[in-house]
Design a protein around this ligand. Structure first.
Ligand code: OGA
Ligand code: NI
Length: 355
């Protein structure tokens, strides 16, 4: 895949704000038209239901006595929520703090520096873009994103090409989160009853990592636009680092819940390919992020997925005569192409390729 072709990108949100409010400023007076959603499609009024969402201490995975208990907690959270937060996850606090600081360093640079990474954002090993797919969207989301990709076989490792002011912090963070992501990925299949041997043999490896550093400036009117509009993630699992500013909401049944930031935790959500491999025993969770008028928010999403040529279909261990496969076999690369060719879609629409 060519990594060099360029086109004129749509101006980033941060740059729109800086041009109007002045360099270093992040407050606009009004939401520009391009970000105003049609009235039927705006963030709903009012506060959301408060509810205790699953938090799992995964340090017990290393303890032979506690391991099965933790796997039960993972099974319960995956089957009922498609979402949980993990604590005592083994990623060093210092690495996380350095990562947060590095993200701010990137977005605090002048637009001229940041924009060196613009152009063909969805395929480049490192790319800086705005919203999700701005040229395909009727309304843009209130965010800019810095993507770093390590997709073996497609492109070079983006973590080697990150600008120097954040490279080392990103690389350290990647190593910590990679270990965590792969541990959780395996644990999720163990929690479905698969043996370590069948996981190794039957489950496509989580060899692809795409990291999105999301930057949400304060929004003058959060009732008009989303930070990220409703969607499900297309890969296996997402490991998300939030800061202390709330914004992420997840859907369970017909209700939306706010995921209150929990210090020292990562948010884990199941994505489409886990739903397919598990034959629907675990579901990909729909989520979105709202904006707020006061504070900028940064989140770091690490999307773990298979290689593009992996064929994803329900695992034979999880289908039977009584529970035939509910999803058909599709190449993962076809999901990726479909995902990036449109705007973000609600109602877990990206799964329609498998139906
Ligand atoms: C995403 C996402 C949520 C957040 O990047 O896919 O859903 O809270 N982010 O930033
Ligand atoms: Ni997401």
């Amino acid at each position: 895949m060519p990594c060099s072709e360029e086109r004129t990108p749509i101006m980033g949100l941060q740059e729109i704000i800086e041009r109007e409010a002045g360099a270093g400023q992040l407050q606009l007076q009004a939401v520009p038209q391009a970000f105003i959603r049609p009235p039927h499609d705006r963030p709903p009024d009012g506060t959301l239901q408060e509810r205790q969402l699953p938090v799992i201490d995964i340090s017990g995975l290393d303890d032979p006595l506690l391991r099965s208990l933790v796997l039960q907690q993972i099974a319960h959270a995956c089957a009922h929520w498609g979402f949980f937060q993990v604590v005592n996850h083994g990623v060093e606090d210092e690495v996380v703090q350095e990562m947060r600081a590095a993200c701010w360093r990137f977005f605090n640079q002048p637009a001229s520096e940041r924009n060196k990474l613009r152009g063909r954002e969805n395929e480049l090993p490192v790319g800086y873009t705005t919203s999700f797919n701005p040229s395909m969207e009727s309304t843009r989301d209130w965010k800019d994103v810095l993507y770093v990709r390590d997709v073996p076989g497609v492109c070079c490792n983006g973590f080697d090409l990150v600008p120097e002011i954040c490279r080392e912090a990103f690389q350290q963070y990647r190593s910590g989160v990679d270990r965590l992501g792969k541990l959780l990925f395996e644990s999720i299949f163990e929690s479905l009853g698969l043996s370590k041997a069948s996981i190794k043999e039957k489950v496509p490896a989580a060899a692809r990592l795409v990291m999105g550093v999301n930057f949400y400036p304060p929004c003058p009117d959060p009732s008009l636009t989303f930070g990220v509009s409703p969607h499900s993630d297309v890969s296996f699992i997402t490991v998300l680092l939030q800061d202390e500013v709330a914004g992420l909401q997840i859907k369970k049944g017909e209700n939306w819940y706010l995921v209150k930031p929990l210090p020292n935790a990562f948010v884990i959500n199941l994505a489409d390919q886990i739903e397919i491999l598990s034959n629907g025993k675990y579901k990909s969770i729909e989520h979105r992020a709202i904006t707020n008028a006061e504070k900028p928010r940064i989140s770091v999403a690490c999307f773990f997925g298979p290689l593009s040529d992996a064929i994803i279909e329900p695992l034979p261990e999880l289908t039977s005569e009584n529970e035939p496969a509910k999803y058909k076999a599709v190449k993962f690369g076809d999901y990726v192409r479909d995902f990036y060719s449109k705007s973000l879609r609600p109602n877990r629409e990206t799964l329609s390729l498998a139906r």
